[in-house]
Design a protein around this ligand. Structure first.
Ligand code: ZN
Length: 202
């Protein structure tokens, strides 16, 4: 098993998102494509995009591990699975959306966490320029680091606008990524049980 990668550092020690700078940049893009940024329909576009980006990239200033701010001691030994966690993210190669469902499972070793905390880990990681592979791996690493379970598994299914709208133009195709740690890696029964729950009929 390879060592846990430490999730991306947060940018909390840097300046907050500079919306004025985004506005100026979007105006430049509009000019570069030959548009008139002063025409009525576009006048407010740079401001709207700046506000949207401030929200879509707000995860940069949040530590994903900080989403799990409480855990409970509990002698539950079964698998815990939270499936169908909907998320929206932006691919860092094209700054186009990708979105879909994340399924998270872990096998506790004495500590359990609220379901909303698991969903918040996904949300914090999704709200930054991202890759689906890294989102998946960092979610598993974050959960493993904070609650130290016997094992953790994350499966992400997503549709990418950069594949649907441009390039090979294959709308509807979904990419599936998975990250396994601990017992999910070492025990095929654990892994199979999780995959059956996570990807089974809903
Ligand atoms: Zn892309």
């Amino acid at each position: 098993m390879r060592p846990d990668r430490i999730p991306l550092a947060t940018h909390s020690d840097q300046a907050p998102i500079d919306t004025d700078r985004i506005e100026r940049a979007v105006t430049e893009i509009l000019l570069a494509i030959g548009e008139d940024p002063t025409r009525e329909g576009l006048q407010e576009t740079p401001r709207r995009i700046a506000q949207a980006y401030a929200y879509l990239f707000s995860g940069l200033s949040r530590d994903p591990a900080g989403a799990i701010d409480a855990s409970f001691h509990e002698e539950y030994e079964g698998m815990v699975v939270l499936k169908d966690i909907q998320f929206f993210s932006m691919c860092e190669h094209h700054l186009l959306p990708f979105w879909g469902m994340a399924h998270v499972g872990y096998l506790p070793s004495g500590e359990i966490v609220g379901a909303s905390k698991l969903a918040r880990v996904i949300d914090n990681l999704a709200k930054r320029p991202q890759l689906q592979e890294r989102l998946t791996d960092d979610a598993a690493a974050t959960i493993a680091k904070v609650i130290k379970p016997q094992g953790v598994a994350v499966v992400v299914e997503a549709e990418h606008m950069c594949i649907a709208m441009r390039g090979i133009q294959k709308p509807g195709s979904r990419m599936i990524t998975s990250a396994m740690r601990g017992s999910f890696l070492s025990d095929p029964r654990t892994r199979n049980e999780f995959m059956a729950i996570a990807t089974g009929q809903r």
